[in-house]
Ligand binder design. Sequence first.
Ligand code: PMP
Ligand code: GLN
Length: 380
Amino acid sequence: FASKLPDVGTTIFTVMSQLANEHGAINLSQGFPDYPCHPDLLDALTRATRAGHNQYAPMAGLPALRQAIAAKLQRSRGIAVDADQEITITAGATQAIFTAIATVLHASDEAIVLDPSYDSYAPAIAAQGAIPVRVALRAPDYAVDWQEVERAVTPRTRMILINNPNNPSTSIFSAADLDALAAIAERHDLFVLSDEVYEHLVFDGLEHRSVLAQPALRARSFAIYSFGKTFHATGWKIGYCVAPPNMTAELRKIHQFLVFAVNAPAQHALAEHLADPAHWQALPGFFQAKRDRLAPGLRAAGFKLLPSSGTYFQLADFRGLRANISDVEFARWLTIEHGVACIPLSVFHVDGHDAGLVRFCFAKRDETLDAAIARLASLR
Ligand code: PMP
Ligand code: GLN
């Protein structure tokens, strides 16, 4: 039958994790921690299931969790959000992204995506019969040329997607970036999807700036978050979307028939865990130390590193090690022959850019990072 996504294969994260497992490689490809979540979170989950919270949660999400999110936004960033009308709990950020896209885009609409882009964006747009219009950013800093972005806007453009901090480029938007985005969005009356799942993973004293703190963007953005990232629990698949009431009302029309509601006991546990700011305030230091543990090992192995300002990824140029193979071949070779799995960068583009780069995940135990470094030492 006619495929809705004829150009889409299996996601690179599944492909590389499978290859890593098959070959017993240390898996620095797909982004997930290999250390346990906070014991209090696990205790809270056990308590929630034993207390009988095992039936459907309310469609928009557990009120206690939505209130805890609103309180966190208010306390940590001074952002006022209405827990009832502006927050929807989703099955991970992935479902929030898909639902926001499905809420806004009609067939033949266009949505602007900045490459390298997280791999779910373009297929989610295409699945609506809409068209992803991709603007490529360039290594090493992946700065956005907002004039180029504006030139990509047509009368059919309805939405622009951003990811800040960015997976895979690791770049972070400045206040000037958000102002430029706001001006374009206002001039052309565009919605903004702002994927902020790495909001707490910023390094070197840099600051994450949310669209929620920028009044012009606040009024037209779906801001999307993930507890998988913030609480080291990617397997729980709980995230949320913050958007103005009219946009949230439309989003929930789709959400209610896509999943209806998401995991109830996990929502109870997360509401409890969110009450303590210590549970996320240590994240920048925690991950910066891991970045700085992996980086010298990669350099010593012969990689040239790009700056990593945020997320839990490190980009590395491998052409000093192997000049004449593609990033996809290099990632396979490194996994199979040297026992360390990574992600090739060109898959985050449509046109083969960044084919000399791979991405390593450093959300791993120190022993795992050290073991990977020891294996990579044989590369030279
Ligand atoms: N957006 C980005 C940029 C991501 O890196 C990820 C994956 N970790 C997601 C969304 C999906 O998040 P979740 O696992 O909560 O669905
Ligand atoms: N976001 C994770 C990464 O970038 C993977 C998530 C997934 O496997 N879908 O590696």
